[in-house]
Write a protein that binds this ligand. Sequence first.
Ligand code: DGY
Length: 328
Amino acid sequence: FYSNTMNKPQVYVTRQINEEALCILSKTCEISIWTGPGPVPRTELLKNIENKSGLFCMLTDKIDAEILNKAGKNLKIIATMSVGYDHFDVEEIKKRGIKMAYTPDILTDATAELAVALLLSTSRRLLEANEEAKTGGWKAWSPFWMCGPGLKGSTVGIVGFGRIGQEIAKRLKSFGPKQLLYYNRSEKPEAERDIGAVRVSFDELLAESDFVSVSCSLTPETKELFNEAAFKKMKSTAVFINTSRGGVVDQDALVRALESKTIWGAGLDVTTPEPLPLDHPLFKLKNCVILPHIGSASIETRNDMAILTAKNIVAALKNEPLLTELVV
Ligand code: DGY
């Protein structure tokens, strides 16, 4: 379904992707693909990146000076099938004049949906309750069994009030919280007006919120923002939700906070490392729900992400403007 002809620019694709995206690429490029299983091993990526003009990669592929040196002078575009780009050594890429592309916007709704699902699964103990139902823990309807905090009348705090944070807030608003707070580097006056969220300091958000949902990107400033001190500032009844990157959390501090009931519970779609080792203490905690980084995993969204990534590569190789260039 796609042709490989000489003289076309060569593109390396680090994972098996949908045919639609491959077709878009193959019209302009000669493609080679890592078909798995799993993410491309570093040694394979190093071997295959040589002389390529484009790289179609994933958040599981660390793109640093070693990869770029191996690629050589032909490399013009690195496009990641993700909105997060903390796997890029941005300075090294920029230094070489290589263009970068990512997939903002199109995954916002899917990720916000998942954040809400994770929040409710954590607060209303869905996984724990399902386990009880399956294993005989469900004896009879009981007045206070499997209870958890409700959203109605609560204070919801969103950390990182960009596209995804705002969509999470909009969705949570329909559950009737008393107030929506946000903590963000910059003010978001339009969103404040539309959503009715109030900008507060990080400490104020921690102290006031019954639900803390994290949707900021991982940067040197947000690395381990949620440390022991942060968890201690939160309510003991608070639910902590993270759908951004595991690196924004000091995970050992989170384990201690959950074990000691410093906070009520946590729902994590992202961890450090990924996958989280099966013997990790977080897996042993009933008050912790862990998902395997599926925020954007709606069928339509993942298809669209791959298509957008392919289009960005083709545009760059034709010297046309990128659809979603990453400019930092
Ligand atoms: C991203 O795009 O950065 C998400 O983490 C996965 O879709």
